[in-house]
Design a binder for this molecule. Structure first.
Ligand code: DX5
Ligand code: ZN
Length: 221
């Protein structure tokens, strides 16, 4: 049985921040013990919503004290990867469903010195990534339909998380497993028990009355 992490890493999604005071909100959460900043980029084509682009992310470069975990919900993201490369960028995650040439897209990310992430939507079977696993640094399992924050957690993400945890052990790989959508301190134990490493949380963190307590609850500190 593969080992389970006692304390998760957390990546708050700035999609749920107050955009009128984005810098202050980002500084605030960075000061409360987070591991990454999750940057949700939506193109209005791959998903039915438009969020923000690289310029907004780059406006945070001198404010963010943790690395960017960029989630591109964009058709053919290979066209935009270069725009998201900064000294703060650790992961660029693309959707399997959005790439004609996933292997080429992952190579393009690695060639820029950035770690690769691949995400799958709730309706996508985990096996679609089998042949790509050696080239993936993080797998992002969606636990809502991508496009909007504040949706309800879907528990069909749980067996997918465990699938990737078991595959990692079987193949001797070391990618991280991340989950995104509808998670807060009340249900984080579900994804932790399934074997997740990194928890994305938007509304739960940014709308919390006590953000530090919420972050600690999600991380199980
Ligand atoms: C959904 C985004 C998520 C979302 C998470 O398309 O990828 O990152 O903002 O937000 P919450 O935690 O509010 O579900
Ligand atoms: Zn996301």
């Amino acid at each position: 049985m593969a080992k389970i992490r006692e304390h998760s890493l957390i990546s708050p999604s700035i999609l749920a921040a107050d955009f009128a005071r984005l810098g202050e909100d980002v500084k605030d959460v960075c000061d409360r013990g987070i591991d990454y900043l999750h940057v949700d980029v939506m193109d209005g084509a791959f998903v039915p919503n438009i969020s923000f682009g690289a310029a907004v992310m780059k406006s945070l470069n001198d404010i963010a004290t943790v690395p960017y975990d960029v989630h591109l919900m964009v058709e053919e993201p290979i066209r935009y990867i270069k725009d998201f490369v900064t000294d703060n960028t650790e992961f660029i995650t693309v959707h399997q469903e959005a790439c004609k040439d996933l292997a080429g897209t992952l190579k393009a990310i690695h060639d820029l010195g950035i770690k690769t992430g691949v995400s799958i939507k709730p309706g996508t079977a985990p096996e679609v990534l089998d042949e790509f696993l050696p080239d993936i640094d993080m797998i992002l399992v969606m636990s809502v339909e991508p496009g909007f924050g504040g949706q309800k957690f879907m528990d069909n993400s749980l067996p997918k998380i465990s699938y990737y945890r078991d595959k990692r052990e079987e193949l001797g790989l070391d990618y991280l497993i991340e989950v995104d959508g509808g998670i807060g301190s009340g249900n984080a134990h579900l994804v932790r028990d399934a074997g997740v490493d990194v928890i994305v949380a938007g509304s739960a963190v940014f709308k919390a009355a006590d953000r530090t307590a919420e972050i600690k609850g999600i991380k199980n500190l």
